[in-house]
Ligand binder design. Structure first.
Ligand code: CP3
Length: 347
């Protein structure tokens, strides 16, 4: 089995080193904007795809074959571990649904930690199969951060106002704390198993971070997130923390101790890096931050704004990426323009 060399662009940038150009990949790079993905999805449902290692590994490789990205991300979903923890998950036309969400302290009895090698063996098998086919391209494993996964457990869907989450936080803070602690421990075990199966780095998605107040973050969310990242750091592989909507708490985010911070599209990446640096006790790298909506615009804008993100990344400790997931309606040609612009951006 070949694996990613330590001196590949992606791992060098994750370590904060200078690179002739930034390595690149895209959040949600394996997905519906690709005709070859849609072709497979005509034959199987989304959850069947997640649970079929041969197909999931194939989908993981699709964007690598087409664009030659510098890293692959395993194909799975953020909600897969929730099912392993005892909460049924369905995917509908309107998005994910959990028929029996966690709304009261009693509901916690239905949420348990799990053995990743038993309950999510298909994820680990996807990683092993993809790893075998990827050669020297590094594979990123992932999971949701405790808070973001908790919002799905509590709301039962992608929320708009997050009222149920906040109700549980305010009415039953002890239950909320216990749910987040369980998620933190289960996710640590899950991601460690992904690393053992061959992930060269892991990304923790905190997609809904932007909906809580600084006080709630300090009181409830910080500790389980910090503990997860600290446990992962002990493995030695780079830990990428993506806090979507983190603009208001960037100076606190840096205390989470990740190797790489994913930056959304709200703030220029050099400014975000400076704000993280003002409070970070450790060296770190940044990842991001082209607004995915730019890829819906004319090619000239894609080129100009991609070049701007690359320049602001400074060719050091920067993994080029979007500021959030690519949208299904994105034209392939615009991704090609972005890729070409990054590839030709030698310092
Ligand atoms: O990045 C990749 O290419 C790897 C695969 C991946 C998927 N989901 C596949 C997927 C990853 C990393 C995720 C993470 C994920 N899943 C997040 C966090 C990332 C983020 O965007 O902030 C969240 C919040 C989820 C939960 C989820 N999964 C939702 C809300 C939805 C429905 C909305 C949508 O985009 O359809 C999904 C479905 C999903 N996950 C799809 C894919 C390719 C589309 C399903 C389909 O094929 O119909």
């Amino acid at each position: 089995m070949t694996s990613a060399p330590e001196d590949c662009l992606f791992l060098r940038a994750c370590r904060g080193e200078a690179t002739p150009r930034p390595p690149m990949w895209m959040m949600r790079q394996a997905g519906r904007y690709l005709p070859e993905y849609r072709e497979i999805r005509q034959r199987v449902s989304f959850l069947e795809l997640c649970k079929n290692p041969a197909l999931a590994a194939e989908v993981t490789l699709q964007p690598i074959r087409r664009f030659g990205f510098d890293a692959a991300i395993m194909f799975s979903d953020l909600l897969v571990p929730l099912e392993a923890m005892g909460l049924a998950v369905e995917f509908t036309e309107q998005g994910p649904r959990l028929p029996a969400p966690v709304r009261t302290p009693d509901d916690l009895a239905r949420v348990h930690e799990f053995d990743p090698t038993r309950e999510t063996s298909f994820v680990l098998e996807t990683i092993r199969l993809a790893r075998d086919k990827l050669g020297e391209t590094p594979l990123i494993g992932f999971a949701g951060a405790p808070f973001t996964v908790a919002t799905y457990a509590i709301e039962g869907k992608t929320a708009k106002a997050f009222t149920e989450t906040k109700k549980l936080f305010y009415r039953h803070p002890q239950a909320a704390r216990e749910l987040l602690a369980r998620l933190s421990r289960a996710t640590l075990r899950y991601l460690k198993a992904q690393i053992e199966a061959g992930a060269a780095a892991v990304q923790v998605f905190d997609s809904w971070l932007g909906v809580i107040s600084v006080d709630d973050w300090n009181e409830l969310v910080f500790e389980p997130t910090r503990a997860l990242i600290a446990g992962l750091r002990a493995t030695g592989v780079p830990v990428i923390y993506f806090g979507n909507g983190a603009t208001t708490i960037l100076d606190r985010i840096s205390t989470l101790g990740a190797n790489v911070y994913g930056i959304d599209w709200r703030l220029p990446i050099d400014e975000a890096r400076a704000r993280l640096a003002s409070t970070s006790a450790m060296p770190f790298a940044v990842q991001g931050n082209l607004d995915p909506a730019v890829l819906l615009g004319p090619a000239s804008e894609v080129e100009r704004r991609t070049a701007d993100v690359v320049a602001r990344g400074g060719h050091r400790g920067h993994v080029f990426n979007l500021g959030h997931g690519i949208t299904p309606e994105t034209p392939i040609e615009n991704v090609e323009v972005m890729v070409k612009t990054v590839r030709e951006s030698t310092a």
